[in-house]
Design a protein around this ligand. Structure first.
Ligand SMILES: Cc1ncc(COP(=O)(O)O)c(C=O)c1O
Length: 383
């Protein structure tokens, strides 16, 4: 009797939940792995989530197996797993172990950087809009936050940022490619920018979307091609290409002295054992990373095709999301899609007529465009 892959995966997923057991989970992970397929993707109560730039496909079967195996070690504190992960990251990137800082998501590293380099009387410089969680931490530390509008090309305005540097500047945050615009700053302009910064100013380069940026020749990671500069802190996350957002693992690569300063402000034993083991397996599973990169490129191209067909011109995306201008406001679009159980956005006040949409599974994106086409056509010319 033949059974479709989808039905089989559905059954495997159900078994995993109903069995409440590692055996059922291991069985489903093994079955999926042996067929070279991803685990059944998780959906939140039937809602299509296109609002947090997550990896809709879920973690690879190998990573799920690693998590399952780690569960029985939950009685032990996670220090060794965490140290093993840091060593593995160091070997992976060919840096010294004392240059690696692991965090409860890269978000924890932003907080550590704020604690190490900001506080009352200091200033954080960042773009607007960007992924600005660090701005919240900076304000809470008593620091001033200097927001610099993006350039007219929707990239970080590096000259504008340089113009805001003064004696109070402690930290600069650069998201590259930038969330929410998905636009890149080139390697050469970033190097020139860093070269002009005072010796005591640290700069975070957030490479959360690094794996999706490979199609641009002007892009180069500051981990893959280090500047060997104590001021530079590069952050990466396991929340995107590795599909582990729910586990909260990120890391920074920095000079040894800077890494020590960040570690001094980290939460002790900040990674749980499941997260650390999952991250190690994810780092080794380079084949799944390649599959995810290709899937994202294909699905993103399909999204762009659909947008072009509707006469829209999205910003050039180097990420797993697309930002585009519409004749409606972001609020109107978010409300419309919410009625059909699809989450998009959020709204960015300075980009009122733009909407950010994360790239989901092909069937989710089909539903997205079906719901898009339910909106009455607005003739811009007649307005
Ligand atoms: C640019 C950027 N950096 C960092 C993060 C969060 O990373 P983590 O989950 O590792 O805290 C996100 C999440 O969407 C992001 O867009």
């Amino acid at each position: 009797m033949s059974i479709s892959r989808r039905k089989l995966l559905g059954k495997l997923g159900a078994a995993a939940i109903a069995g409440a057991g590692i055996n059922a989970l291991e069985g489903s992970a093994r079955a999926a792995q042996s067929m070279d397929m991803p685990m059944p993707p998780h959906r939140e109560g039937g809602t299509i989530l296109l609002n947090r730039n997550e990896n809709a496909y879920g973690p690879s079967a190998q990573v799920v197996l690693a998590m399952q195996r780690s569960l029985t070690r939950a009685n032990r504190f996670p220090r060794k797993a965490s140290e093993d992960l840091a060593s593995q990251i160091a070997a992976f990137h060919k840096v010294k172990p004392d240059q690696v800082v692991v965090g409860c998501g890269s978000t924890e590293i932003f907080k550590s950087a704020v604690d190490a380099y900001l506080g009352s009387g200091k200033t954080l410089i960042l773009s607007s809009p960007t992924f600005d969680v660090i701005g919240t931490y900076a304000s809470a530390s008593g620091a001033r936050v200097a927001s610099v509008p993006l350039s007219r090309f929707w990239s970080n305005d590096l000259d504008g940022m340089l113009g805001r540097v003064d004696a109070s500047t402690g930290l600069i945050y650069i998201c590259n490619p930038n969330n929410p615009t998905a636009i890149l700053n080139s390697r050469s302009e970033l190097e020139t920018f860093i070269g002009k910064l005072p010796a005591n100013v640290r700069v975070i380069i957030d490479e959360a979307y690094h794996h999706y940026a490979g199609n641009s020749s002007s892009y180069a990671s500051f981990i893959d091609r280090p500047m060997d500069d104590e001021r530079v802190i590069v952050t990466r996350t396991f929340s995107k290409i590795h599909a582990l957002a729910g586990l909260r693992v990120g890391y920074a690569i920095a000079g040894a002295q800077t890494a020590r300063a960040l570690c001094a402000h980290s939460f002790q034993e900040n990674l749980n054992v499941v997260a650390a083991e999952a991250a190690m397996a994810a780092l080794l599973d380079t084949q799944s990373v390649q599959v995810n990169i290709q899937r994202n490129a294909d699905n993103r191209q399909e999204f762009l095709n659909q947008a072009y067909a509707r006469m829209m011109r999205p910003l050039d995306s180097h990420t797993n999301f697309v930002m585009f201008k519409t004749v409606r406001t972001a609020d109107e679009l978010i409300d419309h899609f919410r009625q059909y159980n699809i989450q998009i956005g959020p709204r960015y006040p300075s980009m009122e007529n733009y909407i950010r949409v994360s790239i989901g599974l092909p069937e989710e994106m089909k539903e997205f465009w079906r719901v898009w086409d339910l909106m009455p056509f607005i003739n811009k010319m007649a307005m």
